[in-house]
Design a protein around this ligand. Structure first.
Ligand SMILES: Nc1ncnc2c1ncn2[C@@H]1O[C@H](COP(=O)(O)OP(=O)(O)O)[C@@H](O)[C@H]1O
Ligand SMILES: [Mg+2]
Length: 382
């Protein structure tokens, strides 16, 4: 071949002939190992890239079978020969796998084998191009490991969230139970104060009235009877159980108007306000009681409005004042109750029935609004 002029004998200004150029190209490539194998798989020639990758010198490898580059298990299973057979059959073979260097170290290789055919179609050998993909594989493995770790973390988070939800549910049940027990206890103490201590004071008063000069003691006994009855009713108004919410609220509001110097308008709708479940009536009563007490204690308002509206599915309670407004509210809705237990207690009671309680700045004043579903799934605390 007249074109195959060695590169050092060429004049620098003329381009090498195409085949030389091609050889230069193959020899210049360092990132790919390029071999030519004979039809049985012996190395006929290779580029310096292959020498770099595999660690054998040219004379050590020419004539060797290419299975030298494979790990023993691959050789035992006859894999190298199978690669050639597949390449011959399919016209191309591509694979990734571990390969061995001369020093025994391994690298992750991406391999493409193509059959080389003569003009008559007979097999003259194979071209094999190998790339070292160890770094990419390490990167892939790192990504996979990170993904696995991420999935584990997410699973752990899910698990923690589930545990927290269960605990929250337990706590909610406990708080519902505590509120219920508290109501029952108040009911019991109220009855004992009224029936026991109240009766004894009444008897004492009767005895005193028999005495000729018991004027002052009589008055004291009268006031003690009144105090005990008042205390008992405030703890748990008997009207609440006997007659229902309407009577109990009227009694409570009237008493408060008498004791304080602010005006309270109470509106209960509809006129045919039906009796509700005992726990719901108690909750509505406590919301009104706590809200009015708050107005009395904190609002500096001289009037308040109370509305209780029963709808087919809800009972809505609104208590509004015109005072200085509840502090520390940035938006119109109070999401974080202050340190007091009054507002959070009301909210907890309402939440038990699946309802919601909001405390809103009303400009002027404050609006407490509770919406309680009448037929909630988790109503009832027994
Ligand atoms: N109607 C109101 N007007 C002004 N401030 C209020 C009103 N209701 C509640 N607050 C404020 O919210 C706080 C929390 O109320 P609450 O939870 O009932 O606790 P407490 O009444 O024991 O202080 C009160 O201390 C008060 O500062
Ligand atoms: Mg309070």
């Amino acid at each position: 071949m007249s074109e195959a002029v060695p590169i050092d004998r060429q004049r620098p200004t003329t381009l090498p002939a195409p085949l030389d150029l091609f050889r230069l190209l193959v020899e210049g490539i360092r990132d790919y190992a390029i071999f030519v194998l004979d039809p049985e798989g012996h190395v006929i020639t290779w580029n310096p890239g292959a020498q770099n990758m595999k660690g054998y010198r040219r004379e050590e490898i020419i004539g060797q079978h290419f299975s030298k580059f494979y790990p023993p298990e691959a050789v035992e299973s006859g894999w190298p020969a199978r690669e050639l057979a597949l390449a011959e059959k399919e016209g191309r073979f591509a694979d990734e796998g571990w390969r061995v260097r001369k020093d025994g170290s391994t690298f992750w290789a991406s391999v493409i084998i193509s059959p080389l055919r003569a003009a008559d179609g007979s097999l003259s050998g194979f071209a094999k191009v190998t790339q070292d993909m160890t770094e990419r594989r390490k990167g892939d493995e790192r990504i996979q490991a990170l993904n696995r770790e991420l999935r584990e973390r997410i699973a752990q988070l899910d698990e923690s969230r589930r545990v927290i939800e269960l605990r929250t549910l337990d706590l909610q049940k406990l708080s519902a139970r505590l509120l219920h027990v508290q109501d029952e206890e108040r009911r019991r103490i109220a009855r004992e104060l009224h029936d026991d201590l109240g009766q004894q004071l009444a008897a004492l008063k009767m005895e005193l009235s028999k005495l000729a000069d018991a004027g002052a003691a009589n008055e004291l006994a009268d006031s003690a009877v009144a105090s005990v009855r008042n205390l008992s009713y405030l703890l748990h108004p008997p009207l609440l159980d006997e007659t229902g919410l309407r009577a109990a609220l009227h009694w409570y509001v009237d008493g408060m108007v008498k004791r304080s110097n602010f005006q309270i308008t109470l509106t209960i709708t509809p006129p045919s306000f039906a009796r509700l479940a005992r726990d719901i009536e108690t909750t509505v009563f406590r919301v009104v009681q706590e809200s009015l007490t708050n107005i009395y204690k904190h609002a500096g308002s001289d009037s308040a409005r109370v509305e209780v509206d029963q709808q087919p599915e809800w009972v809505v309670v609104r208590v509004r004042d015109y005072g200085k407004g509840v502090a520390h509210l940035t938006g119109s809705r109070d999401r974080t109750p202050s340190l007091g237990v009054g507002i959070s207690g009301m909210r907890e009671r309402v939440r038990q029935f699946g309802g919601e309680l909001t405390v809103t700045r009303a400009e002027p004043g404050t609006l407490v609004e509770a919406k309680i579903p009448l037929f909630s799934m988790d109503a009832g605390t027994d």
